[in-house]
Design a protein around this ligand. Sequence first.
Ligand code: RIB
Length: 278
Amino acid sequence: MITIVGSINLDIVATGASLPRPGETVTGATLARHPGGKGANQALAARRLGADVRLVGAVGADDMAEEALKLLQAGSVDLSGVQHVNGETTGVALIAVSADGENQIVVCPGANAVLRPADVEFVEIEHMMGVLEVSADTLLAAARKATGFVSLNLAPAMVVPDELLAEADLISVNETEAAYYGGALHQLDAYVAISLGGDGATLWKDGKQIAQALPPKVNVVDTVGAGDTFTAALTVALIEGQSPQKALEFAVAAGAVACTKPGAQPSLPKRVDLDPYL
Ligand code: RIB
């Protein structure tokens, strides 16, 4: 069982020709709402790839909560660790997507910000995945309880306590985050995965690159959630005992397939969807 400790959002998505520059207004976009949040996306991605998954997180006591949780429920993610917090809103991500699938995201954390270490106190944790859209203290409490593999997605980039990094078996970042954290990641006793968008990904251990994978050619519609899919797939594959190279190829293929449909959670692939690319 993998316990994901992370964020749950409702994504409000405007898809248009181009992304606005600072101070610019762009018009002509179309509006959609999808369940999202890096924690929720990773939970559903791992579930669709065959893992037993529990999500620990928080939503508000509002109308958006049900909408944010509906695909997790439909996908049989264990939501017994999700609290409905009075006085808080469900997390919301305002997302702009351009015609070439690039995106900009602004997150209003709402209830995600009140998840505390006490919320994992009575949760039995075997394998764990965590993402920085909830507090590092809560992730540390969960990681210390984990008896198996600990996967940390250091997104969005921010200062992270050394004690938390020391708990990790896998750290995953994108290029921007890798530049923020710098060489310190390579001092850790953990795999370090760096996703590179259309250039695939690399996997590192002890400062040495041990695997590299390029994505299959796909028609990119929307990259939102691709990084979450990559992280979840890599974690699932390494827990299954796949070799670092095979696990990275699996994760890169999963991330690429997640770009072929709009929305974070609606686009998450099942295992069978990856067969043509592996
Ligand atoms: O990684 C994509 C996710 O980031 C979106 O679903 C959005 O909710 C933000 O958390």
